[in-house]
Design a protein around this ligand. Structure first.
Ligand code: MG
Length: 161
């Protein structure tokens, strides 16, 4: 049986603002600020969604869930990811693996890596050992290093039988 493999990449960045909860990888992380956005602004899930969509040639998150659509105001990005999983599975794709990097100067994300990884794996229907979340800092430079933003990058591998 021949299998078609495809890779996709996703990237996202959101501003840190006061008065918002910080949600990354579907996990609420204690912090004095949260990410600004139309949805819950979960940059990690947004990058992962775009990686999966990119691999399947299925547009991008902004096209599927426009930020001027009130239906997505305050949306739970894990729920959007579950919809994306169903969409790509309906096209005959299966997500094989997902590798991600989330960059934040503060808060320290390493204590939350396991929870973020489990949430991504469960939501996208991928075995835990095929999902990874790596946490880095911005080394004090650029908007992320100055604690103005948090950003994430993801690569997805999908297959179609
Ligand atoms: Mg986003």
């Amino acid at each position: 049986m021949s299998c078609e493999h495809r890779v996709g990449i996703g990237w996202d960045r959101h501003r840190l603002v006061e008065g918002r909860p910080l949600v990354l990888g579907g996990v609420e992380i204690p912090h004095d600020r949260g990410l600004h956005g139309h949805s819950d602004a979960d940059a990690l899930f947004h990058a992962a969604i775009d990686a999966v969509l990119g691999a399947c040639g299925a547009d991008d998150i902004g096209t599927l869930f426009p930020d001027d659509d009130d239906a997505h105001r305050g949306a739970d990005s894990a729920a959007l990811a579950a919809r994306v999983r169903r969409l790509v599975e309906a096209r005959g794709f299966r997500i094989v693996s997902l590798d991600t990097i989330v960059v934040a100067e503060r808060p320290k994300l390493s204590p939350h890596r396991a929870a973020m990884r489990e949430r991504l794996a469960a939501t996208f229907g991928v075995e835990l050992d095929r999902v990874n979340v790596k946490a880095k800092t911005g080394e004090g430079v650029g908007p992320t290093g100055r604690r103005e933003t948090i950003e994430a990058t993801a690569v997805a591998l999908v297959t179609r039988a």
